[in-house]
Write a protein that binds this ligand. Structure first.
Ligand code: F6P
Length: 357
């Protein structure tokens, strides 16, 4: 039976979204002969009752597939929290678009909002996880994480040489919200000496001691410190600011660590701060993000075919699967376990990762 399915991207963008969109269109049209419509700017598109027909020919450029390597999302996205206030209009928009099912690509925050709308409007919802934070429960991978890890690793490689040339301590603040997956994995890959993440408390005096030991014992006169944006100060305060739209944004822990380290030793420590910011959300999707995105897109379409709604596709133990959205939302966001394998790996490499209980 012919179906008309909608697809949207919600929350912060990341590399790999276009590949997932491409895979959904490809599988839905080639395998099932369904129609796919793209909904622009997530719930905003539903509210305004907007949709564009997506077909393979329309996505190509003279036979070339530009979506493979394009970051961002061709559908646009929104990352605002007041969506549920407009629920009635969004539900009316969904009805008017005459959809048989909706595939939503989002992080835990936006998927929770969409699930609430889906239950109010009796939508047939299937979800695909994406976020550079990699903190969605029950999936080892979310679209975008691998590319962001590569981007941070590349930045650390570049900073190593300027740090070494000037005997400096480079502090690098990275994203991740309340989770330290990005900081921890990129810090290991990029040769960090110290990794600070929200999940593990640290001591400033231990950081200073570690830097001193590096100099005195190993003759390492420079250092790289990766700090996740959600890491608290030593006394437990969150560093954040409220932007012009009234949204609270994490920012400032890198500055705090930089200032504390500059002051921590008798000898002057020359310290510089780099805040990587939204560079981490950009770039050409890595091969792994493309593979995950394609696999998730294909699986999401199959879930619609099986009428397995209110589910999210997952990557677990090396294969694709699915789980109920209710479970995902109740367990997300997923933090780094203080004794996780990656924390132990970092410590085995001599990296200071704070004081696990
Ligand atoms: O959730 C992804 C993320 O990039 C976080 O790591 C970061 O805190 C946040 O989004 C930034 O959001 P925005 O793009 O709205 O500034």
């Amino acid at each position: 039976m012919n179906k008309r399915i909608g697809i949207l991207t919600s929350g912060g963008d990341c590399p790999g979204l276009n590949m997932a969109i491409r895979a959904v269109v490809s599988h839905a049209t080639l395998t099932y002969d369904w129609d796919v419509v793209g909904i622009p700017y997530a719930t905003q598109g539903l509210l305004e009752c907007k949709a564009t027909t997506l077909n393979l020919h329309g996505l190509d450029l003279h036979g070339i597939d530009p979506l493979l390597s394009m970051g961002g999302t061709i559908l646009g996205s929104i990352n605002k929290g007041d969506t549920l206030d407009q629920a009635e209009k969004i539900l009316a928009g969904y009805q008017a678009l005459n959809l048989d099912a909706l595939i939503a690509i989002g992080g835990d925050g936006s998927l929770a909002i969409l699930r609430e709308l889906a239950s109010q409007g009796h939508w047939n919802l299937v979800a695909i996880p994406k976020t550079i934070d990699n903190d969605v429960a029950f999936t080892e991978r979310s679209i975008g994480f691998d590319t962001a890890v590569n981007t941070i690793t590349d930045a650390l490689n570049r900073l190593t040489f300027t740090a070494a040339s000037h005997d400096r301590v480079m502090v690098v603040e990275v994203m991740g919200r309340t989770a330290g997956h990005l900081a921890l994995q990129a810090g290991i890959a990029g040769g960090a000496d110290i990794i600070l993440i929200p999940e593990i408390p640290y001591s400033l005096s231990k950081i200073c001691q570690h830097l001193k030991e590096m100099r005195d014992k190993w003759n390492r006169k420079f250092a790289l410190i990766v700090v996740a944006e959600g890491t608290k100060t030593e006394t437990g305060d969150i560093s954040s600011y409220t932007d012009s739209l009234g949204e609270v944004r994490l920012r400032g822990i890198g500055q705090y660590i930089t200032e504390q380290i500059s002051a921590c030793s008798n000898e002057q420590v020359d310290t510089r701060l780099t805040i990587l910011g939204h560079v981490q959300r950009g770039g050409i999707p890595s091969a792994w993000d493309r593979i995950i995105a394609a696999t998730f897109g294909k699986m999401a379409v199959d879930l619609v075919a099986q009428e397995k709604f209110d589910h999210m596709v997952t990557w677990s133990n090396g294969s694709v699967a699915s789980i109920s959205l209710e479970e995902v939302i109740s367990q997300s966001p997923i933090s780094v376990a203080s004794q996780s394998g990656f924390v132990q790996t970092a410590r085995a490499l001599g990296i200071y990762v704070g004081e696990s209980q």
